[in-house]
Design a protein around this ligand. Structure first.
Ligand SMILES: *[C@@H]1O[C@H](CO)[C@@H](O)[C@H](O)[C@H]1NC(C)=O
Length: 299
């Protein structure tokens, strides 16, 4: 129970942070997270009760001016930007070791219900009142976790290391060795959003397959892990910020965006249309990216 209490405390801190960002930007931050996590297909996009956060445009107003944009949307770039000396505005929340408490054991995780149907019971268990920000965050996470994967995608929400690694093995094949990549902060930046310069030739990591895992707002640590069949390129990029930040950033480029919703935040940030250019994004420090070792690049 110690672990759970600790997790609960950090959840509340995390939530506070989310809410502070929300106050001035409405739903945009949550949209960002959802949009990065999952890319709604055309059909799915019209269905409003499925994935409530993904089926609406990010902003109701058509403003595309950068200065009115949620700073947390500043993670996108194009493949052409990946050049030494290129400067990119990027939002990199500092990875705080207390913000991602350890995962539970599989037995512990299995002992707590995890579904939308159990929400009333769970709210009671965690002492959150219905309609509270915590309740909304939990509902958001449970919904995201219950949405069926889109075509060519597999996904899981894992609250234990065992189930996360099982998913990775299922995706790569049990014989395949793999390693995990994550963005590392070598030196702290004085700002969350900064202009970062690409310092070295980006290091491409072969990814015939990859699994990306994102932490979700929840009273204990839950990773949303997913894998897509469409072609991706992955890179580790050395970045130097104008305000002291030094980052080894893990990035992925989605080579085919033709099936993405035109409402996807990246298109507005980059000012491009679906399918016209690969869309890349950096991973925050609390994301995990699993990649196979020694597998030939396909295609
Ligand atoms: C990044 O650079 C642009 C152009 O020089 C500037 O307008 C902007 O304020 C800078 N952003 C930050 C976060 O320093």
């Amino acid at each position: 129970m110690m672990g759970l209490q600790f997790a609960l405390k950090t959840f509340l801190l995390h939530l506070l942070l989310v809410l502070c960002t929300h106050r001035s930007h409405g739903d945009a931050r949550e949209m960002t997270i959802s949009n990065v996590l999952r890319l709604p297909s055309e059909e799915e996009n019209g269905v409003s009760d499925k994935g409530m956060h993904r089926s609406r445009p990010v902003h109701a107003n058509p403003s595309t001016r950068m200065d009115h944009m949620d700073p947390s949307l500043m993670i996108f770039f194009t493949l052409n930007d990946l050049k030494v000396g290129k400067k990119l505005p990027i939002f990199f929340p500092m990875k705080d070791s207390s913000s991602t408490p350890p995962l539970m054991s599989r037995d512990e995780a299995n002992s707590i219900p995890f579904s939308c149907a159990d929400l009333p019971h769970l709210l009671h268990f965690f002492s959150f009142s219905p309609g509270s920000p915590q309740a909304k965050a939990m509902e958001h996470t449970l919904r995201e976790c219950e949405i069926k994967p889109i075509k060519g995608e597999t996904k899981i929400c894992a609250a234990s290391l065992e189930s996360m690694l099982d998913f990775v093995r299922e995706t790569f094949g049990s014989e395949t060795q793999f390693k995990v990549l994550s963005t590392t902060h070598l030196a702290k930046s004085r700002t969350l959003l900064d202009n970062y310069t690409i310092l070295d030739e980006p290091n491409e990591i072969p990814v015939p397959k990859m699994v990306a895992c994102h932490t979700m707002p929840y009273p204990y640590t839950v990773f949303y892990c997913h894998s897509q069949e469409t072609e991706n390129k992955a890179f580790v990029v050395s970045l130097g910020g104008d305000h002291g930040g030094r980052i080894e950033g893990v990035a992925v480029c989605h080579m085919d965006t033709s099936q993405w919703s035109p409402n996807h935040a990246s298109f507005r940030v980059l000012g491009i249309e679906p399918g016209t250019s690969p869309v890349c994004h950096f991973f925050r420090g609390d994301n995990l990216v699993y990649v196979p070792i020694n597998m030939p690049i396909h295609g």
